[in-house]
Structures are given as C-alpha cells and as structure tokens.
Design a protein around this ligand. Structure first.
Ligand code: PGA
Length: 229
C-alpha cells in the first residue's frame, strides 16, 4: 500500500518566488520514488501557481476549508474553490486552528461534511478519541471510510520532540478500534531520522509534516526513506 506524505507549509514561505522554488525542488526530488503519494498544502494564495506546476504527480491540498458554498463570510474559502484550484485533499481541524481560531468539533464536523460532498479528501487532525467521535458525528460508513486521520499530539508539533514510537504505536491501536481501514498518519516533529520507525514499528501509513516540509532536502529524504520497500 502507498504511504501518504503531506506537507503542511502553514503560513510559509514569505514570498511567491520562494514558494515556487520550494515546490519545484520537491516535485523534482520526489518524482522517481514509488509507493508514496506526496501532497503539498501551501497557503491559499499560492495554490494557483503551484497548481499549474502540479501535473507531475505531486498532489495539492488546502490547509483549511469553510463549510458553506458561498455568501457573506468574509475571509473564508469554499470547498469548490479548492476543487477549482486542483486540490485533492484538505487538512481539517489542525490543532493550530483549534487553539488560535477557536475551531470546535462542531465546526470540524461541518467542514468534513462539506469537503466530502464536493469530493475533497479530508485529513482530519486529532489528538484524542473524543475529537474523532464528535468530528464524525452523523457520518455514514461509506463517507467515514474516505477520511484520512492524522494523529498529532500538540506537544510534539514544532517542538523537535516527537512522540515516542511506543506511545505512537499504542495510540495507533487505540484509534484502530474505530477506524477500520482508514488511512492514519502521524504528525509532530517528523524528520528523516525518525520517519521510518513511525511506519515500520508504529504502523502509521504516512505523515503530516510541518517544519521539515520547508526544507526540500530534508523533505525529499523523508520521502526517500519511506519509499524503500
Ligand atoms: P511539525 O508540524 O512537523 O513542524 O511538528 C506538524 C504539523 O503541524 O502538522
């Protein structure tokens, strides 16, 4: 089965020129690796530019989405807008959005439904069981299956202190009790040194990567290490 490696650029890089450079380096660097799907989630304004470049196999995703199709919602971006700019995935419920923008599980639930309705594949960030249960409230099995989950312990994000493999493995089996066949990613201080263990030992199927996704050499190395058998 293919691993899924998702780059979450967050509010980076600071210029369009840099974004183009970063995208092009990653695209070139990962194109020969098999068994891995690479997704880049840039800030919204960079989507059209990288969208045009992304015919090679690297997929695009949004970092967030709103649940309404249109209307008086200043600052929001609809699922169809993301679709139009060739996004295949969208990150929903990242802990930075929950913490800094007061996103609730109810809002996450609406976003998930809206994304699925238009055919975007949601990547739902979770840290504990209750976030899954509330996030997927009212979902039918067929839709539930399409959700990609990302286990992201808040204390591991951007700290350089990843979750231990033992704990990650334990959380993985806990989540598996309700997740069946869903794709489950790990996120939080992933780098080229620790990536393989999260796949091989803790049995995750890929990553959501912040900091290391802004360094093309490091990001490509992660993809390379994962693509080995
Ligand atoms: P990090 O971020 O890789 O910088 O820890 C992960 C994330 O926020 O998804």
């Amino acid at each position: 089965m293919k691993s899924l490696i998702v780059a979450n650029w967050k509010c980076n890089p600071t210029s369009l020129a840099e974004a183009k450079r970063l995208f092009n380096s990653v695209e070139k660097g990962v194109k020969d690796f098999k068994n891995v799907e690479v997704v880049i989630c840039p800030p919204f304004p960079y989507l059209p530019m990288v969208g045009m470049a992304s015919r090679s196999g690297v997929k695009l995703g949004g970092q967030d989405v709103f649940w309404e199709e249109k209307g008086a919602f200043t600052g929001e971006v609809s699922p169809k807008m993301l679709k139009d700019f060739e996004c295949k995935y969208v990150i929903i419920g990242h802990s930075e959005r929950r913490r800094n923008f007061k996103e609730t599980d109810e809002m996450v639930n609406k976003k998930l439904k809206a994304a699925l309705k238009i055919g975007l594949r949601p990547i739902l960030c979770i840290e504990k069981m209750s976030q899954i249960k509330k996030g997927i409230k009212g979902f039918i099995k067929k839709d539930f299956k399409k959700i990609v989950f990302a286990y992201e312990p808040v204390w591991a994000i951007g700290t350089g202190k990843p979750c231990s493999i033992e704990k990650a493995k334990k959380m993985n089996s806990l989540f598996r009790k309700i997740m069946n066949k869903n794709v489950l990613l790990y996120g939080g201080s992933v780098n080229s040194q620790n990536a393989r263990d999260f796949i091989k030992k803790a049995k995750f199927q890929g990553f959501l990567i912040g900091g290391a996704s802004l360094n093309p050499q490091e990001f490509i190395k992660i993809v390379k290490n994962i693509s080995k058998d």
